[in-house]
Write a protein that binds this ligand. Structure first.
Ligand code: IPE
Ligand code: IPE
Ligand code: MG
Length: 247
């Protein structure tokens, strides 16, 4: 029985989020430039995207570039942006073949024109696909997202469109970049770091967290299946007692 066969297809996470970390360290270990780590990271992206679509996991969100990543050396930022354009061009057929819809979250207007245009082109060409929604978090920061949400809601209050008592969790949710996605069920971070790094703070309120030492370019579908099996063995109580869940 393979790892994949052991997965209960009726209890798959409905939203899997991944912090793809460790590209730089992977390259350093091999005596290569950091850019080689990012290049090899794209192979892991393809493997994970295809495996998730096959299961299927209906929503996969990948942290590709954070608001803080703009502070990296310009050369590295440029390499990452170039890699994004070439990957989007290269992967469009994979997305279409696997019935995957591309989505993006983050402060997208901060992206270079070339990236922005390619991204919106691929999103447009895959908009009717329905097997899986693949969301790329690009120039994404959770604090930026929450700040934007507060500004938008405040403006509605100021213009008397709503009153403060109308503000509830659903309204906040509806203003987030992720408004059309369910809450995250499982969050995976590679490379051994055990932190969230400004990713989906609101949306992971009740997510199961899974940290793995493997560096992102070495991450395979077997690692993914192990993470899902681990997730399926957890008891998600959402504040209740175990007895309430299984009377
Ligand atoms: C993740 O790998 C990719 C991005 C953040 C864009 P890193 O580039 O952070 O790799 P490490 O953490 O330095 O090894
Ligand atoms: C988080 O990784 C962002 C992405 C994976 C895109 P970082 O490598 O930027 O995070 P920190 O700086 O180690 O927290
Ligand atoms: Mg890192």
């Amino acid at each position: 029985m393979t790892l994949e066969d052991k997965i209960d297809k009726n209890r798959l996470p409905q939203h899997l989020a991944v912090i793809m970390d460790g590209n730089g360290r992977w390259a350093k270990k091999k005596g290569l430039f950091r850019s080689k780590g990012h290049e090899n990271g794209t192979k892991a992206v393809r493997e994970v995207v295809e495996a998730c679509a096959k299961l299927p996991i209906p929503n996969l969100t990948l942290y590709a570039f954070s608001t803080e990543n703009w502070n990296r050396p310009k050369l590295e930022v440029d390499t990452l942006m170039r890699l994004l354009v070439s990957s989007l061009k290269k992967e469009i057929d994979t997305l279409i073949d696997n019935d995957i819809k591309l989505n993006a979250i983050g402060s997208l207007q901060s992206l270079p024109k070339k990236v922005y245009n390619e991204l919106f082109d691929v999103m447009d060409r895959t908009k009717s696909n329905s097997r899986m929604t693949l969301t790329l978090a690009l120039s994404y920061g959770s604090r930026e997202e929450i700040t934007k949400t507060i500004k938008e809601i405040s403006l509605k209050v100021k213009n008397n469109l709503i009153s403060p008592s109308d503000i509830d969790e659903e309204m906040i949710n509806n203003h987030l970049y992720t408004h059309d996605l369910p809450d995250v069920d499982l969050l995976i971070r590679t490379s051994g770091e055990q932190r969230i790094s400004n990713f989906l703070l609101w949306q992971i309120a009740y997510a199961e967290l899974y940290f793995i030492e493997t560096l992102w370019p070495d991450f395979t579908k077997e690692h993914l299946f192990e993470a899902i099996l681990n997730y399926q063995n957890r008891e998600r109580r959402f504040g209740k007692t175990s007895e309430q869940l299984y009377p």
